[in-house]
Design a protein around this ligand. Sequence first.
Ligand code: GLA
Length: 399
Amino acid sequence: MKNKILSLLLLSTVFVFGQKYEGLALTPPMGWNSWNHFGCNVDEALIRETADAMVSSGMKAAGYIYVNIDDCWHGNRDSLGFIHPDPERFPSGMKALADYVHSLGLKLGIYSDAGWKTCAGHPGSRGYEYQDAQTYAEWGIDYLKYDWCNTEGLNTRGAYLTMRDALYAAGRPIVFSICEWGSSNPWKWAGDIGHLWRTTGDIAPIFDGAEHHDTWASWGVLQILNMRKDIRQYAGPDHWNDPDMMEVGNGMTDSEDRAHFSLWCMMAAPLIAGNDLRTMGEKTRNILTNKEVIAVDQDSLGIHGFKCLEINDLDVYAKPLKDGDLAVCFFNPDLETLNLQFDWEKHPIKDDRFHFHYFFDQTEYKIRDLWAKQDIGTTRRVLKRKIPSHDVVMLRLSE
Ligand code: GLA
């Protein structure tokens, strides 16, 4: 009897309070999002063509699966409160679009906002959370990015909890991407609410600097990289720190794109491309689809890497990987080319937070250069390289 009451109680907790759909993002989500390149210029042709390009470019084969529509897909709510897509931009409707994207073996993502309006002024989900979640589920949506504009007076955790429970009640597994720009330290409270949370304000397609708008700024890669210290312990399988969607292919130099991509992988960041996949050139494609670099991001341990050293003005990042491997990324944040001379035996790498230690005077590791795609010897030899401005050397070490 006691047991029955207990299990009934447990069941009712599940039904009443809802929960996060577990296990949807055991490695950082990979895909594409419309915002960084297209802003509000979204329509169904763009989404279909992007899905096609994701397959034909090799992005899908490299692991990218989410095709995410950001702000501005919205039309109006009908008299019963149901949201509809803009009938001119999405004349075939979202269900047909989701069916098409699914037919390619990909998944479809959508965007809403916890407030009354989205950041671009379209209808937000405030007061319509359960209805919207149900609508997304009926359309066949697989991923929801949930923004934080126009939320005056709302409690952040409470608002995201409501949408989490609404998604759960809708009964379709939907990745829940929290986007409140790190304002209320979501890494501290969102582990059982979302699968990823933005850690900063918006990224801009610049490497070092900021773009100032009326009341806010968007940030360069370097600024985003350095904005949040000490949050790596909060990331892991199914709950990731999200330093924002990528700007690879949106106008930075090849070195900068390579560094941006490498550093995102070192941080176990979600890899959401933000460029035009239909027209991207060979160099961009080669960066975004480098499988050995992606494997660092997607490593099953899910450890967010860290800056372990500064040496000759270079920043050295390390990320423990499965099977005792280690990723090491030498990054040149300077405007000049820098000389790297790295004597492994003098520089053990210690990740005290996750208890991984690499003593190169005791253990010899083989080294794979992940951009040159070459084996380059072992940690017995001093590593000598010239690293151009805003570029990296990224390595995988294994015993
Ligand atoms: C916010 C988000 C961006 C994007 C826009 C859309 O600024 O942080 O990533 O979704 O809104 O309006």
